[in-house]
Design a protein around this ligand. Structure first.
Ligand code: DX5
Ligand code: ZN
Length: 220
C-alpha cells in the first residue's frame, strides 16, 4: 500500500514545503483536494495554485475533485497533466463521458464514493476506471474520524475487481493514521490518503515515513 499525503491538511501558507515533505518522506503522489463550496461546505485551491505546485515538483499529483458538475471545470485540471483525477459519483451526471474525457487527456480516471454510496453502483463502469476512491470520512474537512464500515466496502470492492481480473486500484481517503493503516492495507487498499495524521504530527516527515513503512509491510 502506497501513501498519498493530502496537502490540504498542511500549512496552506507554504504549499511548496508540503510538496517537498511529500517527496522526501516517500509519498507515491501528492493528493490535492479541490473543494468548490457547493458539493462540500469548504473551498480550497484551483487550477492556478495547482499549476504552481506541479511546476516546481517532480511528484505526480492525484486531484480529488469535490465539485458539483465536474465537466464544467475538468479541462482546466486535465491541462495540468495529473497522474490521477477523481470525480464524485454523487456529483457527476454523465459519469461515463467524464471518465472517458479524463482518459482521453492522458490521466488515470477514478470515481470517488461518499461513505453512504455503495461500491456496487460502479459495477458496470469499473473496467473503464484506473481506480476507485473510497471515502472513509464525509468529504469537506480533514481531521475527522474514520468511518468503520468503509473497510467492508473496500473488501467488497476488492472482490468485485478480482472476480473480473481488472487492474483497478483502490484508494481510501480520510481518517487514516498509523493506528489503523495496517488494517486498511490488509483489507485490500492500494493507496491510502492521509492528511492530519501527517501534517498535524510533531514530526510530519517521520509520520509520513512511518505510514509508508506500515504500507510496505506484508499483510499480517
Ligand atoms: C476530505 C479530503 C481528505 C482529507 C484527509 O474531504 O478528501 O483528503 O484532507 O484528511 P485526514 O487524513 O485528516 O482525514
Ligand atoms: Zn481527498
Amino acid at each position: 500500500m502506497q501513501i498519498a499525503p493530502s496537502v490540504f491538511a498542511a500549512d496552506l501558507g507554504d504549499l511548496h514545503a508540503a510538496m517537498r515533505l511529500c517527496e522526501q518522506g516517500g509519498a507515491a503522489m501528492a493528493h490535492l483536494d479541490v473543494m468548490d463550496g457547493h458539493f462540500v461546505p469548504n473551498l480550497t485551491f484551483g487550477p492556478p495554485v495547482i499549476e504552481a505546485l506541479v511546476a516546481r515538483s517532480q511528484l505526480p499529483v492525484d486531484i480529488h475533485l469535490m465539485v458539483e458538475d465536474p465537466d464544467r471545470l475538468l479541462d482546466l485540471y486535465l491541462a495540468l497533466k495529473p497522474r490521477w483525477v477523481s470525480v464524485h459519483y454523487e456529483a457527476a451526471t454523465h459519469l461515463d463521458r467524464t471518465v472517458a474525457a479524463i482518459r482521453a487527456a492522458g490521466s488515470g480516471p477514478g470515481v470517488a464514493l461518499n461513505p453512504a454510496t455503495p461500491v456496487e453502483v460502479l459495477h458496470d463502469i469499473l473496467p473503464a476506471l484506473d481506480f476507485v476512491l473510497v471515502m472513509s470520512v464525509n468529504p469537506g474537512f480533514s481531521g475527522q474520524g474514520f468511518v468503520p464500515y468503509a473497510l467492508d466496502k473496500v473488501r467488497r470492492l476488492r472482490r468485485l475487481i478480482e472476480e473480473r481480473g481488472l487492474p483497478v486500484r483502490i484508494e481510501i481517503d480520510g481518517g487514516v493514521t498509523a493506528a489503523n493503516a495496517a488494517e486498511i492495507r490488509d483489507a485490500g487498499v492500494d493507496v491510502a490518503v492521509s492528511g492530519s495524521a501527517i501534517f498535524a504530527a510533531d514530526e510530519p516527515i517521520e509520520a509520513l515515513r512511518r505510514l509508508c513503512r506500515i504500507g510496505a509491510e506484508r499483510a499480517s
